[in-house]
Design a protein around this ligand. Structure first.
Ligand SMILES: Nc1ncnc2c1ncn2[C@@H]1O[C@H](COP(=O)(O)OP(=O)(O)OP(=O)(O)O)[C@@H](O)[C@H]1O
Ligand SMILES: [Mg+2]
Length: 382
């Protein structure tokens, strides 16, 4: 049943892709196969149950037969009275009622255990990232960030980041640029401790992030992730997700800063408009701006923007840049962008190449250097 549900969930959420690539039949066949598997498993269970119950019945009836047989013989040879046998048969039926009840219980138990096995499999998976025993909360964060010789690879051991070091003062805007797949998103995930570095440390305000509690660490970081995720609910709920206690005024202020307020006012139910599953009913650029509003509302000292303006037009990008510009100086901003115009104003630009920081400096410094960054700029201008 679990496998069938997983398959259905997959097919339903990938509905557009399935239709666009004409894979209705293939997916239908997969669902059919899983349903068949379920039918087979159910029949097997029913068969076992159909054998089990009559067996229990048979055994209990056999007891009565034995009592009648031996009891009859003994009564015939005058060893016991008939009344005793009748009493014995009655006792026997009293005794068997709980026994068959126990048999039913056993069957239910087996069923529940099968379900429990799947649930505990998930619940018992230890999280690789845990609070250290003596972890302290991270408090009064100014937003200084430091990568100290950070080396990282995922489980597959393919190196991603190699000996990355940089420091960023509170209120600075740092930009990570570089070709796709080079490890920019990975670097930002290390800051929120979704993974721990293999070697080296990451410090916030001089404290190793492995020595502070996860909740307090993540509380101080607002991310706008590369693949925006919205929850099925209203726009106001999605923006307010960052801070459940936020008032409507605060939510609207964040929406204005992210330049989505006007769009929302044009929607049928305005802030109560339902976004649909994963934000299905919003455009890509609208989803992204809702995510930015969410991050702005969080009001935390460190903001991570991973391709935050990738799916908006140039005019909206300018406006969002302005909103981000207003945060600059007050918040530490880590920005990732392929469109270099977005990050030109950054205080520090880090060019990542083959897992290492190949160049670093401001836009002007890097342009003068005529290296990788210069060539990237030239390619985009062209
Ligand atoms: N969960 C994961 N498990 C294993 N490898 C991963 C995982 N996530 C990313 N990678 C690999 O790590 C490398 C860096 O990925 P990352 O997402 O950090 O790149 P990126 O610089 O953000 O790229 P882009 O500009 O396309 O967003 C890639 O080669 C990718 O295949
Ligand atoms: Mg990325």
């Amino acid at each position: 049943m679990g496998e069938l549900n997983a398959q259905l969930q997959d097919s339903l959420s990938g509905l557009h892709e399935i239709q666009a690539f004409g894979q209705e039949q293939y997916e239908g066949e997969r669902v059919r196969q899983k349903s068949l598997d379920q039918v087979v498993a159910m029949l097997k269970a029913l068969k076992a149950s159909a054998i089990f119950h009559p067996c229990v019945e048979l055994l209990s009836s056999l007891g009565t037969v034995l009592v009648v047989f031996f009891g009859g013989y003994m009564a015939y040879s005058k060893q016991i009275s008939v009344a005793d046998i009748v009493a014995f048969v009655l006792y026997l039926s009293l005794f068997y009622a709980p026994v068959s009840g126990l048999a039913n219980l056993l069957e239910n138990l087996q069923q529940s255990l099968a379900g429990a096995e799947r649930v505990t499999l998930i619940l018992d998976t230890p999280s690789a990232i845990q609070n250290a025993k003596d972890a302290k909360p991270l408090e009064n964060v100014k937003g200084a960030l430091c990568f100290d010789h950070v080396t990282f690879h995922y489980e597959n051991e393919v190196p991603v980041l190699k000996d990355v070091s940089f420091t960023c003062d509170p209120g600075m805007m740092v930009a990570l640029v570089g070709p796709t797949g080079v490890g920019k998103t990975t670097a930002t995930q290390l800051i929120s401790r979704f993974y721990d570095p293999i070697e080296g440390r990451i410090l916030i305000d001089g404290q190793d992030i492995r020595k502070v509690t996860l909740e307090s660490l993540r509380h101080n970081i607002s991310p706008v992730l590369q693949d925006t995720f919205l929850f099925n609910g209203s726009i106001a709920e999605n923006i307010g997700y960052a801070r459940p206690d936020a008032t409507r005024e605060e939510i609207e202020a964040a929406a204005k800063a992210a330049n989505i307020h006007e769009d929302i006012l044009h929607m049928p139910d305005q802030y109560e408009t339902q976004v649909g599953e994963r934000g299905l009913r919003l455009s890509g650029g609208q989803k992204q701006r809702v995510a930015i509003a969410r991050a702005i509302l969080r009001n935390s000292p460190i903001i991570v923007l991973d391709e935050a303006t990738a799916s908006v037009d140039v005019r909206t990008e300018k406006q969002i840049q302005k909103a981000i510009g207003e945060l600059a100086g007050k918040r530490t901003i880590i920005a990732i962008a392929h469109r270099l115009s977005t990050i030109m104003n950054a205080d520090l630009i880090l060019v990542i190449h083959e897992g290492r920081i190949a160049e670093s400096g401001t836009h002007e410094q890097l342009m003068e250097k005529k290296g990788i960054y210069y060539n990237m700029q030239k390619a985009q201008m062209a």
